[in-house]
Design a protein around this ligand. Sequence first.
Ligand code: NAD
Length: 392
Amino acid sequence: MSNGLGVAVIGAGMAGRAHAAAYHVASTLYDPTLPPIRLVSIADINEEFGTLAARRFGYERYDSTWQDIAAADDIDVVSVVVANSLHREIVEGLLAAGKHVLCEKPLSDSLSEAREMARIADEAAPLARVGFTFRRTPGIAYIRELIQSGTLGKVLHFSGRYWTDYASSPQAPMSWRFKGEPGSGALADVGSHLTYVAEFLCGDMVSVAGGRLATTITERPVALGAVMGHDHVEVSDVLEPVENDDYATFNAEFAQGSGSFEVSRVAAGHANTLTFEVFCENGAAVFDQRRPAEIQLFLNDGPSKTNGYRQVILGPEHPYISGGLAMDAPGVGFGQNDAFGYQARAFLEEVAGLDAASSLPRCATFAEGLRNMELLNAVAQSAQAGGKQVTL
Ligand SMILES: NC(=O)c1ccc[n+]([C@@H]2O[C@H](COP(=O)([O-])OP(=O)(O)OC[C@H]3O[C@@H](n4cnc5c(N)ncnc54)[C@H](O)[C@@H]3O)[C@@H](O)[C@H]2O)c1
């Protein structure tokens, strides 16, 4: 670390590019306390994706395999941003090579593999963290502050959904997202974020029930070229079966309060709708990822005749924004890409052994990543047992 921290990103797809950009911006956020960050390599088996991303985000080189990254002396910190089924092999190889690892959510596509990853991470000297981006979303963090300070007070009921539509067309091509065991579809892909946020706000869930998983489009055409993220590319006439869930729903008991959840990848018109309403003893709040620079707040503080939800535009008085945006003036807005920058900043601060220079929460441990997988697995179990209650 004498000449700073060398960074690499494995996977130059949809989220890999967000990680690549995030390391670029991380040292420009908050006080300049980070050691120099060297943007060293982007690795991807697809040379076109990898070389383009390396050039675009200012990385020194492109590598074609994760093993090249593991073997490189000039790399200290690595984001793993590939298909969930590939996380385990790559993460374990990197940790064995002494690299600090930030692995994308969910930890794996299987609970048994996630357990093994958490065990290995626990014994490893380098840091192993999971990329749940939404804890560093100012609106969500502010709602948590309102709950914990007593302004909203005790949570009574959480209602959340994460609706996406990347698979709503039957012509959306087959990709890794459609392969895997029950619960590895929409539930793992976007339900991982929603449940992580729900526990951030409401505390631990103690049981889930009413699980239901549905595959609504059962076959998809094989792509003629590489598929990045949710892109629609030219497809062949060959169809392959969809193995996992397009839609999932369940309800939950928290230690305090109840919740209901609905996630989808076939919700036409909702490209990225993570939204929830949390009802508390002194009022309620709404977050909607389509308008991430504001929240809606209802407080039981006025006569019912004139009381109602108010719009709160987020600014430097709210979490993470002061110093956390190049222009941190009121009303400048905040987006999901900014949250990737916050995540990279939090990870690099921890790797560098700095006290959190910002108020950003540390990235989730692999134990927390495993906990989230256990929760999702309980939902899948509930679904398999016709909606039965499953204790966590
Ligand atoms: N935090 C978030 O908001 C967020 C958003 C999207 C995706 N993700 C997560 O990021 C991960 C990747 O998702 P994505 O949408 O970017 O996928 P993607 O399909 O767009 O990209 C994956 C990339 O990995 C490359 N690849 C495949 N095998 C490889 C290998 N062996 N070595 C190196 N590269 C390889 C592919 O060529 C592709 O470029 C998943 O775990 C997903 O859950 C997180």
